[in-house]
Design a protein around this ligand. Structure first.
Ligand code: MN
Length: 203
């Protein structure tokens, strides 16, 4: 997994790899502008403000997530989580689905892509409060679906994160209000399975 390093002592707000309205109607430009430009930017600013004198200068985001107590961990975890989240989307497609080796492994482990989506959606719907649902790979390449509370990331369990859905209300409330399951169901249209497959095939 590629490490995210500070530049001149500061972490940068990731640039979105698509236009602000590229994910509509699944994620509106309005939601995206708050989620990326306010929420993620806030985590970046908070972490950068806390870095001087912390002894963590020069560490990657991943090292901070794995090695630090709550306050720093929360901001670093949210940066790592959102960077993986925002970089895994593309414009909506009908019948959007993985291909190649990852598609094969999903079929072997879950029975079918549809069955996989059901298990993932249930994990998203039943995660109480704020957090993230993840598809990850273990060291042998087996797939795992986990619910992570608040700012946690699967790297804390030795897993390699592949794909995620943010179930914090800020991710969907402007567009879907309380309808979290509807939001999660719509996200399948915009998952960039090429990005997810590349994460699976990377060391
Ligand atoms: Mn979020």
């Amino acid at each position: 997994m590629k490490k995210t390093m500070p530049i001149d002592g500061k972490f940068e707000l990731m640039a979105l790899p698509y236009a602000a309205d590229a994910l509509e109607p699944v994620i509106s430009a309005n939601t995206l502008s708050f989620h990326h430009g306010k929420h993620l930017a806030g985590y970046v600013n908070n972490l950068n403000a806390a870095l001087p004198g912390s002894g963590l200068e020069g560490m990657s985001i991943e090292q901070i997530v794995l090695n630090t107590p709550t306050g720093m961990h929360n901001n670093a975890g949210q940066i790592l989580n959102h960077n993986l989240y925002f970089s895994q989307f593309r414009s909506p497609r009908a019948d959007n689905a993985p291909t190649g080796k990852l598609a094969h492994v999903i079929e072997v482990e879950f029975g079918s892509f549809e069955a996989f989506k059901e298990v993932f959606a249930k994990a998203g719907a039943t995660l109480f409060g704020s957090g993230w649902v993840w598809l990850s790979a273990d060291k042998e390449g087996n797939l795992k679906i986990t619910q992570e509370p608040n700012a946690a990331n699967p790297i804390q369990h030795g897993l390699r994160p592949l794909m995620t859905m943010d179930v914090w209300e800020h991710a969907y409330y402007l567009d879907y209000q309380n309808r979290r399951p509807d939001h999660l169901a719509a996200l399948w249209q915009i998952i960039d399975w090429d990005v997810v497959a590349a994460r699976y095939e990377a060391e």
